[in-house]
Structure formats: structure tokens, C-alpha cells
Design a protein around this ligand. Structure first.
Ligand SMILES: [Zn+2]
Length: 156
């Protein structure tokens, strides 16, 4: 197999064969989960409220009122990867959003021509499902193909 790897549209020399491509979006949880809307500082939640890296809850960009936290875009994602497996005739895309040691895996695999059954010679798609024995994160179905991450009721 010959593959071409690009990053932001730019060709990257990855040798003759690309078997995996991994993007670490938040190594060692370096990004804060929240930032301040007023001053842009990264914030952490403590028992007394949201504080910046100095432990200060007062915002210099907001007349010394409290920092105004908002979720940091993409801070929920640890990593994403594409894995190819010629022996298994499969491509897997993984997304890690919970424990960084694991990930959701989405795989398309070609069933061998000589396999028994109607899938012989066809492509099949495997996706994470609610009730998987070892889920990366529990899934709650909203409707077929769409899931909330985490368990609990789905409200309107
Ligand atoms: Zn602030």
C-alpha cells in the first residue's frame, strides 16, 4: 500500500508506508477545560470557584469581578488517530475523549471473498455501541447513530 500524509494540506514525508497517524490534541491535559471569556486565562475549578494559574478568582479584564468561565474548544478531545492494517484489510479511526489510555474505535473492514455468508467480499463498519462490554465512555442513544456520552436519561 502507498499512502500520502498531509498536515494542514502540506505533504509530510512519512516514508514508503503509513500504518498509523496519531494527533495528540491535549498532551498530559495541558489545556485547561475552561478559559475566561473576559481575559482569556485558563481556569480550574476549585471549591471556592474558578481560579487562574495564580489561584486568583478575580478577573483583571472584568473590573476585578470573578472570571467568566467558558469551555475551551476541543479540550474534551485527548487524541485522534488513523490506523491501517493490510493483514486485516481494515482501517480504524480512533477518538479519545475520556481516559487518555483508551479511545472510541470506528473500523471499516473488507470481509474476505471466501468467507461464508452474505458479507463475503463486502465492506462492514464497526462502531461503538451502548452496552459494549468495555466502553471508552458509556453511550446513551438519542436516536440510531447519535449518542450522548455518559449514562443517564436523554431529555428534550
Ligand atoms: Zn478573566
Amino acid at each position: 500500500m502507498f499512502a500520502i500524509l498531509t498536515v494542514n494540506g502540506e505533504l509530510v514525508d512519512a516514508g514508503e508506508s503509513v500504518e498509523s497517524c496519531h494527533v495528540d490534541l491535549n498532551p498530559e491535559q495541558a489545556w485547561p477545560s475552561h478559559t475566561c471569556r473576559s481575559c482569556g486565562e485558563g481556569l480550574t475549578r476549585e471549591t471556592a470557584g474558578w481560579v487562574d494559574s495564580n489561584g486568583d478568582s478575580r478577573c483583571p479584564g472584568n473590573d476585578d469581578a470573578d472570571h467568566d468561565p467558558e469551555p475551551t474548544p476541543l479540550a474534551w478531545c485527548n487524541s485522534a488517530a488513523i490506523l491501517t492494517d493490510e493483514d486485516d484489510d481494515a482501517v480504524t479511526v480512533t477518538l479519545s475523549v475520556g481516559d487518555p489510555r483508551g479511545a472510541f474505535a470506528f473500523t471499516v473492514r473488507r470481509v474476505p471473498d471466501d468467507a461464508h455468508g452474505p458479507a463475503a467480499g463486502r465492506l462492514i463498519l464497526h462502531v461503538p455501541q451502548p452496552g459494549d462490554p468495555y466502553p471508552h465512555v458509556a453511550l446513551t442513544e438519542v436516536h440510531p447513530g447519535t449518542y450522548l456520552l455518559g449514562s443517564g436519561p436523554v431529555g428534550d
